[in-house]
Design a protein around this ligand. Structure first.
Ligand code: GDP
Length: 427
């Protein structure tokens, strides 16, 4: 059985926590897109971890962690991450890397920095992990696939070709030092040595696993609104964040994905630039940021303060629809316990008209939030394990949102730990 865990919004919804929790019952956890540009924060028996590349199932001895072909594979980051968890007492995880995954090269990271410098104030707010240059090269067919590491002659010829094109930009657009084929070759040979023991024909491996009835989780990075097709283009990421892409980025038949668990946070947060209709500012935002997540809403990769907002039903309903949601995991509900009243963004006013449909980017820039205010529950709900035991106003908040979303909230997360979860039976 294959299940996908994906985000409904701008990322940071708590996918890592839900994956870590569900991995207890899973055999294989697959990352199918994205790279080391975003992070998942996980709190478990070993401590608190920020993962960037490893799937969030690495903390169990029984799981296999797979880097699928759709990932932007930064080999040094992957190996540093493995070492860092092993150093903290986690058993060495079983890792497989797709022979069709492509590698982030050091020049991708440089080009990302150079382009952000060049754009100045008009930049996309990139984390400068090389992701956009990496995916551009992949689709321009000048990327390096892991399988290519094993043919040195072909690789030599290709490094020369790549230096030719890259050096035109380095010289004339960015005025930066040029690349040398021998340096690229040395970098690739270093990657080969590191990755060789883990290389696998992942789609064949997963095909057999599906046939053998194994439990497989596909773990998404970021969320619906960062998808290059369906998100807030151009303020998006460079690979698809949707569950449907899980089939491609892992190499499994699309009809095998049975559950699409879309993670939705009880309030909103976003990083980077782009329209964010329900955004709040000043002291109101600072307080939510301070109390948010587990120890504040700051980027797991960059440490940047996240932009904060009230729950956005328009964006979340769209985010759930475009994922093909079967189940919603509603997270970080405990954080809202301090509020007397909780505003929820139930519509967008655009050119004087109210809509509940998420618009394309140009219209989104003009949207103003329509807010409805629900009563708060004014207590700490951490530790509660049964839905019926939640305060009435808290249940009303969940049910109000569920009704407007149009997708069943089957799990409510009320703390960062593995056990902080309330299953809603019969949903
Ligand atoms: P991801 O990228 O979707 O995995 O999200 P992040 O890990 O970046 O952000 C989620 C943050 O919220 C992390 O710090 C989690 O530990 C924390 N978190 C997840 N679920 C809950 C919850 O139900 N309550 C609280 N208080 N924190 C949570």
């Amino acid at each position: 059985m294959v299940n996908a865990i994906v985000g409904a919004n701008w990322g940071d919804e708590g996918k890592g926590k839900i994956t870590d929790m569900m991995a207890k019952e899973a055999d294989i956890i697959v990352r199918f897109q994205g790279g080391a540009n975003a992070g998942h924060t996980i709190v478990n028996d070993y401590g608190k971890f920020a993962l960037h590349t490893l799937p969030s199932g690495v903390f169990y001895g029984h799981t296999t962690s797979v880097i699928g072909n759709g990932v932007a594979l930064n080999i040094p980051v992957l190996f540093r991450e493995i070492q860092s968890i092993v150093d903290r007492g986690v058993p060495k995880p079983k890792i497989l890397v797709s022979d069709r995954a492509q590698m982030v090269m050091s020049y991708h990271i440089l080009f990302d920095q150079y382009e952000e410098e060049r754009l100045g104030g008009k930049s996309f707010g990139s984390t400068k992990s090389g992701i956009a240059p990496f995916y551009s090269d992949k689709y321009a067919k000048i990327g390096f696939q892991v399988s290519e590491l094993f043919d040195e002659e072909a690789l030599k010829e290709k490094t020369e070709r790549i230096c030719e094109t890259k050096n035109v930009l380095l010289e004339h657009l960015y005025h930066k030092p040029l690349l040398k084929p021998e340096d690229l070759m040395a970098e690739l040979m270093e990657y080969k040595e590191m990755v060789a023991p883990y290389v696998c024909d992942v789609s064949a491996y997963l095909w057999d696993a599906v046939k053998a009835g194994k439990d497989i989780l596909l773990e998404g990075q970021l969320g619906s609104l960062k998808d290059p097709d369906h998100g807030i283009y151009p303020m998006v990421t460079s690979s698809s964040t949707l569950a449907a892409y899980g089939a491609i980025g892992a190499g499994i038949p699309p009809y095998e994905i049975q559950k699409i668990i879309t993670v939705c946070k009880a309030y909103s947060s976003a990083v980077g630039a782009g329209a964010f209709v329900s955004e709040i500012f000043g002291e109101e935002a600072d307080e939510l940021r301070r109390r948010g997540g587990d120890g504040g809403e700051y980027g797991a990769t960059t440490g940047r303060p996240r932009r904060m907002g009230w729950f956005d039903l328009v964006a979340s309903k769209y985010g759930c629809r475009i994922q093909g949601t079967t189940d919603v995991a509603f997270t970080v509900l405990d954080v809202l316990g301090y509020l007397d009243e909780i505003p929820v963004c139930t519509g967008y006013r655009i050119d004087g008209e109210v809509t509940t449909e998420f618009p394309t980017t140009a219209k989104l820039e003009k949207a103003e939030p329509v807010l409805e205010v629900l009563p708060g529950w004014k207590c700490d709900i951490r530790g509660i394990r049964r839905y019926e035991d939640l305060p009435e106003n808290c249940r009303n908040y969940v049910e109000f949102i569920e009704e407007r979303l149009g997708f069943p909230i089957t799990m409510v997360s009320n703390g960062p730990g593995r056990d902080d979860i309330i299953y809603r039976n019969g949903k």
